[in-house]
Write a protein that binds this ligand. Structure first.
Ligand code: 0WD
Ligand code: CA
Length: 380
């Protein structure tokens, strides 16, 4: 691989190919006016069943059933006995999103395409979770990331590569951590009904293979985006706004007992919650606050649009505009670097806390992620 090393991202530092070598993540550089972010539009959805099979429909969509203010849900119930855990050593990369694209090509090939433009009519295809990591980068001090990018028929596909540190974390989780990962899914089961006229079934099996994903299209400044994100449930009201406006994101968090805990919640957790739900236009976040024994002692709703006001009292807190401007500049950086249209060529972008974003180029390597079935079908 050709390693490009730390050089500041400034037009004067651009090399002979017109692309900068690296991108700074310093938050001060991104305190500009809020960039244009078009209201995300749902263009489709898909479901993954208990065996992780793909279906081009909403069969796994669940319905929100409002709990009481202090429901006392026991999140430990059913751990081990009624729990089927997805194998997270299996890397699915963009495969499910690509399956959705093949099944719905007509829905995204918008109107007349000029011959020079991309075949899909979007600049980027990725998972929402990957964009969440980009948005929170200027404030992240713990975990780095690696994002692989390939250009194919004018569209840039972005797929995460697990860092060495993340792999070590995943392989050395304590029994307590393993159980606490279950708690979030158990909370969903207490709140979600399978049918619009149904009630939640806390006696059922929690299977983390099952998922309902929305696919949205939007634009950040001059970047046309298509991405998919997992959605926990929707409100039952049939007169609710159309998706994604009817979706609800569910979260669990440790109960807040001290001012320090409240400050940390605002500074770190609400940043991640805001970024994740703002991206696809999910308006409501419902949080279950649990004690050390996994009992939900309080439930609180956080409207996504109110979060940035909520945090303004924190000294030196995060700002949505910094997140969005950094994402805009990162996508411009990727566009300037990922020039060769070749699905077997991967530009691997890496970032570690207190460092710049850098990249390396890999041809026909372990990082190639666009599968032959996708390339063949798209070329026919
Ligand atoms: O291969 C990978 N490295 C990843 C795959 C990383 C992230 C996601 N995925 C895939 C999975 O197929 C999953 O079904 O993405 C889907 C979810 O995508 P997303 O919405 O873009 O991911 P994100 O916003 O990070 O997570 C949304 C929810 C999580 O809920 P909470 O409330 O904890 O944020 O998706 C679940 C989790 O419930 N989730 C995952 N499910 C399966 N595989 C994964 C994962 N790797 N990460 C989060
Ligand atoms: Ca969730």
């Amino acid at each position: 691989a050709d390693y490009k090393t730390n050089k500041r991202h400034r037009s004067s530092d651009e090399g002979q190919h017109g692309a900068a070598e690296s991108l700074s993540a310093h938050r001060q550089l991104y305190e500009r006016h809020f960039p244009l972010y078009k209201q995300p539009v749902e263009v489709g959805c898909f479901s993954l069943d208990s065996r992780r099979s793909f279906f081009n429909d909403h069969r796994q969509l669940r319905y929100y059933v409002q709990p009481t203010k202090s429901p006392g849900f026991n999140l430990r119930d059913g751990y081990t006995s009624r729990f089927v855990k997805r194998d997270d050593s299996v890397k699915e990369k963009l495969d499910h999103v690509l399956k959705w694209i093949l099944a719905n090509r007509d829905k995204i090939q918008t109107r007349v395409q000029p011959p020079s433009s991309s075949a899909l009519g979007v600049d980027f295809v990725t998972w929402r979770g990957h964009l969440t990591k980009v948005l929170t980068t200027p404030y992240e001090t713990q975990e780095g990331w690696m994002l692989a990018a390939s250009r194919f028929r004018g569209t840039i596909y972005i797929s995460e590569v697990e860092t060495e540190a993340a792999r070590v974390n995943r392989e050395t989780r304590s029994e307590r951590q393993e159980e606490m990962m279950y708690w979030g899914y158990k909370f969903e089961q207490y709140i979600c009904a399978d049918d619009v006229d149904g009630t939640p079934d806390p006696g059922g099996v929690v299977n983390t293979n099952e998922a309902f994903c929305t696919v949205v299209q939007t634009r950040l400044a001059d970047h046309k985006l298509l991405f998919s994100g997992e959605v926990d449930c929707r409100v039952k009201d049939p007169d609710a706004p159309p998706a994604p406006g009817c979706y609800v994101e569910l979260k669990t968090s440790a109960e807040i007992c001290t001012p320090k805990q409240r400050s940390n919640f605002h500074r770190y957790k609400l940043l991640k919650w805001w970024a994740q739900s703002f991206l696809p236009g999910v308006p409501q976040i419902v949080a279950g606050f649990r004690d050390h024994d996994g009992i939900v002692v309080a439930v609180e709703a956080f409207p996504t649009s109110k979060i940035s006001q909520l945090i303004k009292n924190e000294y030196n807190c995060w700002k949505p505009t910094v997140c969005m401007n950094f994402c805009n500049d990162f996508l411009s950086f990727v566009k300037s670097v990922v020039k060769e249209d070749n699905p077997r060529l991967v530009y691997l972008f890496s970032w570690d806390p207190h460092r710049d974003v850098t990249y390396a180029v890999h041809r026909d390597s372990q990082y190639t992620f666009l599968p032959d079935w996708y390339i063949q079908d798209m070329s026919s």
